[in-house]
Design a protein around this ligand. Sequence first.
Ligand SMILES: C[S@@+](CC[C@H](N)C(=O)[O-])C[C@H]1O[C@@H](n2cnc3c(N)ncnc32)[C@H](O)[C@@H]1O
Length: 379
Amino acid sequence: MLAAMSRETHPDPAHPAAEPDRPTGSPGWGRAVRVAQGGHVSVLLDESIAGLLPRSGGRYVDGTFGGGGHSRALLAASVPDGHVIAIDADPAAVARGSAIRAELEAATPGAGDRLTVVHGNFREMDGLLAGHGIDAVDGVLLDLGLSSFQLDGAERGFAFRLDGPLDMRFDPTQGVSAADLVNSLDATGLADVIYRFGEEHRSRRIAGAIVARRAEAPFTTTADLAAVVQRAAGGRRGETHPATKTFQALRIAVNGELDALTEGLLAARRLLRPGGRLAVISFHSLEDRIVKRFIADSAATCVCPPHQPVCTCGTVPSLRKVGGAIKAPADEVAANPRSRSAILRIAERLDVEGRPADHQATRGRTSEAIRVMTAGDTR
Ligand SMILES: C[S@@+](CC[C@H](N)C(=O)[O-])C[C@H]1O[C@@H](n2cnc3c(N)ncnc32)[C@H](O)[C@@H]1O
């Protein structure tokens, strides 16, 4: 229900959130279709889509296609001719795009072309889009981390609760696996990774136990590593499995996630037209810190030293922060515990002189779907 959503943290008071339960007649919009095929539940779906101000004729990047939940909602919110260019590093996610294209095509002949799904890393977003003749877009969405398809598939090696090969690569065709890392880094390097990317204060103890165990036999499976980490970290504590932070750290390191995020944000800023929106959903403080800092730095109007009485830097801001951190409302957290740690941040691209684009023109072209989507509660 709309009333159940958090008003204080809404992306933009001028653009109230979509009503989650309101059917629009388009596939992929509303709470009824939150679950993408196969089981991934899209997080902060209504809030992130509303924050992007989608409209007919708009062009949007979904940098983290996953199960396609956000892409479907963006397509539904930009009927009849909005276009989504979706990217995913995981070839299995890209393959899922065909089903959604077929669904669009079946509903409206020709509409399948509204979705383009590209295999690649969002850190190379502008290059990937250039390959499709696109150099500017109206919105970019990043829903970070991994999907339920990846977490629930033992063969991908992301889950410590399932036994599978110790891999953890979003793109299994490239780079080094988690097994490569744990079997090759020295104890100091391993402890640094676990501390930095897992914020695990028992990192040295865990790294020591890994190095001691691998001297007997290299690690090849998730269950094997989880058991060693659990013993070293001192058994279960409350709800959280003791291997949680170590697995998070290895996943971030294997996929270069924090560097990819920094580069992806820069690429998104280059691609956005004035007035275009950036929406980023992060799942832990390391990611959120990068997003928050990026938006604050891009929105800065002066970077002169604080003691300098007169501004001489001539800084021109490139983004405007839209609202504050948005967290999932209680009903979403109850239905999908994964949303508990999610934080959505939204920013808007400014023009070359650092001014907001005129949204009056955009509003004039707003489609009926978006008019419905943003109508109603204006508290
Ligand atoms: C949380 S899921 C996205 C779920 C999607 N929004 C939905 O509603 O179904 C994150 C996806 O982003 C992908 N991913 C993570 N980092 C990436 C990167 N740097 N470049 C491209 N894809 C990435 C993962 O492979 C995963 O499929």
